[in-house]
Design a protein around this ligand. Structure first.
Ligand SMILES: [Ca+2]
Length: 189
């Protein structure tokens, strides 16, 4: 069926076709900017490591350990000030992980004091994944990304590569006001 060019119905049909194709779903939002990018071909860049981590064109390979620290990498501070709709994408693959183990991706919005998990994977086929960070990570000065393997053998690894963060330039985000403090119960009651 043909729809006259420019009609609302034609535009609607076009949008549905795009949304159903899969390809369109992976395209970054319009006006998205890359605000952070790290490959590991020439080292860890702005990441720091713990445990056993090796870098190459294949990425940062974190190796687990039985009696010492599991491999992990943590980014330096990433600023999302004046950005909204922040997403994190990376390639990842694991080797040898058992059911209670994982290659874990996390983010922090308070400089690494606490982390929230994006995923824990045991995927043995290399795949690229993308996560949208919640709006608590928008407009922040000290967002960090952390990747770590949680396992118990030096034959178990988690490799991450090509880690960009994209975001959309947005209006400055107003700081949330803390709720008013509750009055303590009066001493006379
Ligand atoms: Ca194991």
């Amino acid at each position: 069926m043909k729809f006259p060019r420019g009609t609302a119905l034609r535009r609607f049909v076009g949008a549905v076709a795009c949304a159903g194709s899969g390809l369109c779903a992976l395209v970054a939002p319009a006006h998205a900017a890359t605000i952070y990018q790290q490959s590991f071909a020439s080292g860890l860049g702005t990441f720091t490591s713990a445990g056993t981590v090796a870098t190459s064109t294949a990425g940062a390979k974190m190796t687990a350990a039985l009696l010492s620290t599991d491999g992990a990498i943590t980014s330096a501070a990433i600023s999302t000030v004046n950005y909204t709709n922040v997403t994190v994408s990376y390639d990842r693959v694991t080797v040898g992980l058992e059911s209670t183990e994982g290659g874990i991706a996390e983010f922090s919005v308070n400089g690494g004091t606490t982390y929230s998990q994006l995923e824990s994977t045991r995927d043995t086929a290399s795949a690229r994944v993308t996560f949208a960070l919640p709006n608590t990570a928008w407009g922040q000065t000290n967002v960090r990304l952390r990747f770590r393997v949680s396992a118990n053998s030096a034959t178990e690894t988690y490799t991450v590569n090509n880690c960009p963060s994209t975001a959309r330039a947005g209006a400055p985000i107003r700081a949330r006001r803390a709720p008013p403090a509750r009055r303590p119960p009066s001493a006379s009651s």
